[in-house]
Design a protein around this ligand. Structure first.
Ligand code: GLC
Length: 597
């Protein structure tokens, strides 16, 4: 399900034998996968930065590259292995950078190419890798390719985009759009061009015309763009809206979704459509295998470090997600996002259990990429919080993120518990989709507010006299890096501790996940087991009431636990028989024995 559909919803034993006492220190080591150039990404922690909102070095109200560079030590301290920057290329900024007008330059709003090179150099000094956003579905309507394409039907760039005749056109009227396809941002996906008297297709805003991926020249153009950035030392890309690259060649109408009485399901005055004609068409696999082949040329001894492909892959099920990894002969993404776990949007133990199990079992040796938050969805508080225990719930969610077998991706500000702050009035809205659907959907500004660094003016995002592009939420006086840093009970410290465990505890960095106590509907528990080290148990209370769990007989023998991490106020359990959890409490402990394998 694509994320724009999501907003509608928001608006809506193992053998217990052979126990041995581990040698001192055997349970922790520096994980090889974190440093190994080839497999650095397998247990990596990725941090999404929305450059506009992270840190503003020149007080123009808009975050920039120098601002990011100035905060690299913070990211290092947090344990981040790689940052993904949402688009910072030249753009008219209709979709805040997702409408790109030049793929091989930096938008002056964010700095210069020299600033970018400096950011990479400084990040690399700290063993932090930099990934960029690669938008291949569409360009800006101000990109030189589109300017050419729209100039005449005979222009060599005409077939770089998706042009179609209207239905029933006359000399005086454009007639009807070629079919019923809708833009993800509302309305028809077809825009009439008066000059050349044809419609062009846009899955997103009309200022974001879709490229024609049936044209081999488009493939070559993107291979060149990818090579351009890889030569500069970027560690990979997050591929935007990647499942929407192709459309049905016959341009057939999408089916209208029906309710159980057979009536069309309406959303904001328009019928909701299926998206089988415009989403997840098979051609995308060929393109991604081709792009990966290009990138792998830069994963050699001459260019050390595997270049990694992350996919924005909102998909209906695990089988579809599995396909995105490609095959050993034709690999595609190393890390297509598993949005099925992160966007359950409800603390439902059984749903979490089965989705995590799916990722563990069905993806085989592939690494799941878990992600719970991004710049397109309300933050965690709005999707999982209850308004009373939000920070505790954020601890639960972050534990799923970092204590599962996965690569973990999170969004700037999650680590301090930044909250969704939608615009107060329509006049304040910046995201065009929020203007269109106000007030049912207020757009995505609420999850893009400035990073909260200090309790001071403008939360330290920029100088006291500057005017940040989106207002700083009043809660910045308590929710900010400066206040939370060093506080043993803060969410920031919790994130740091979890990441430290992920990196240093072998069961955590390498162990398989196995769900335990699987009949429990209130507490989610699993164990992590790696050869040669004692297993770790993770147990999370998904309710506001205290719970006690007995994990003996749930796949584990009784034994003493060595506490690795627990939520503030929790007690150390005497045994696996009675782990006591407070409301939304978390307990992580290592058993004092090894399992035989
Ligand atoms: C992706 C981006 C979103 C953008 C859209 C169109 O979903 O995450 O921010 O609006 O693609 O590029």
């Amino acid at each position: 399900m694509y994320w724009t559909k999501k907003f509608a919803i928001i608006i809506a034993a193992a053998l217990m034998l052979g126990m041995t006492v581990p040698k001192a220190g055997a349970q922790t080591k520096s994980t090889p996968s974190a440093t190994d150039e080839k497999s650095w990404w397998r247990n990596a922690v990725f941090y999404e930065i929305y450059p506009r909102s992270f840190a503003d070095s020149n007080n123009d109200g808009i975050g920039d590259l120098k601002g990011i560079t100035a905060h690299l030590d913070y990211l290092k301290d947090l344990g981040v292995d790689a940052i993904w920057l949402t688009p910072c290329f030249p753009s008219p900024q209709v979709d805040f950078g997702y409408d790109i007008s030049d793929y091989e330059a930096i938008d002056p709003k964010y700095g210069t190419m020299a600033d970018f090179d400096h950011l990479i150099a400084e990040a690399n000094k700290r063993q932090i890798r930099v990934l960029l956003d690669m938008v291949m579905n569409h360009t800006s309507d101000k990109h030189k390719w589109f300017l050419q394409s729209e100039s005449s039907k005979n222009n060599p760039y005409r077939d770089w985009y998706v042009w179609q005749d209207g239905k029933g056109e006359t000399a005086t009227s454009p007639g009807e759009p070629p079919n019923n396809w809708q833009s993800a941002f509302g309305g028809s996906a077809w825009q009439w061009d008066d000059k050349t008297r044809q419609y062009y297709y846009h899955k997103f805003y009309a200022q974001q015309p879709d490229l024609n991926w049936n044209n081999p020249k488009v493939h070559q153009a993107f291979k060149d763009i990818i090579a351009f950035w890889l030569k500069k030392g970027v560690a990979g890309f997050r591929f935007d809206a990647i499942t929407t690259l192709f459309e049905d060649p016959q341009m057939r109408d999408e089916a209208v979704k029906k309710d159980k009485n057979g009536n069309p399901i309406m959303r904001e005055g328009e019928p909701e459509l299926d998206d089988t004609m415009t989403n997840n068409l098979p051609g995308v696999h060929t393109v991604m295998a081709e792009m990966r082949q290009e990138a792998d040329k830069f994963s050699t001894d001459k260019f050390p470090g595997t270049r990694v492909f992350i996919g924005e892959t909102y998909l209906p099920n695990i089988a579809e997600l599995l396909k995105q990894y490609g095959t050993p002969e034709h690999p595609e993404f190393q890390l297509p996002m598993d949005t099925q776990i992160g966007f359950i949007n409800k603390l439902d133990v059984s749903a979490f259990r089965s989705k995590i199990e799916n990722a563990e079992v069905d993806l085989g040796d592939n690494v799941p990429l878990l992600v719970f938050d991004n710049h397109d969805n309300p933050r965690l508080d709005a999707r999982y919080g209850d308004g009373v225990h939000d920070t505790d719930i954020e601890r639960v969610i972050s534990t799923v993120l970092f204590a599962s077998r996965d690569a973990a991706l999170f969004y700037y500000g999650d680590e301090i518990g930044m909250k969704t702050t939608p615009p107060a009035s329509k006049e304040d809205v910046k995201d065009p989709v929020g203007l269109r659907f106000w007030p049912t959907f207020k757009g995505r500004d609420g999850e893009r507010t400035p990073m909260q660094w200090t309790p001071g003016p403008n939360a330290g995002f920029d100088g006291p006299t500057a005017k940040p592009w989106l207002p700083v939420p009043p809660n910045a006086s308590t929710i900010n890096v400066q206040t939370e840093k060093g506080d043993p009970n803060s969410l920031l410290t919790w994130y740091q501790e979890l990441i430290r465990l992920k990196k240093t505890n072998t069961a955590f960095s390498e162990g398989a996940d196995t769900m335990i106590d699987t009949a429990n509907t209130k507490v989610l528990s699993w164990k992590r087991e790696a050869p040669g080290v004692p297993p770790v148990v993770v147990t999370l209370n998904f309710t506001a009431e205290p719970q006690t769990v007995n994990l003996v007989g749930a796949g584990l023998p009784d034994g003493t636990l060595n506490t690795l991490l627990k939520t503030p106020g929790a007690t150390n359990p005497d045994s696996l028989k009675a782990i006591k959890l407070g409301p939304y409490g978390v307990y992580i402990g290592q058993l004092q024995f090894m399992m035989s394998h």
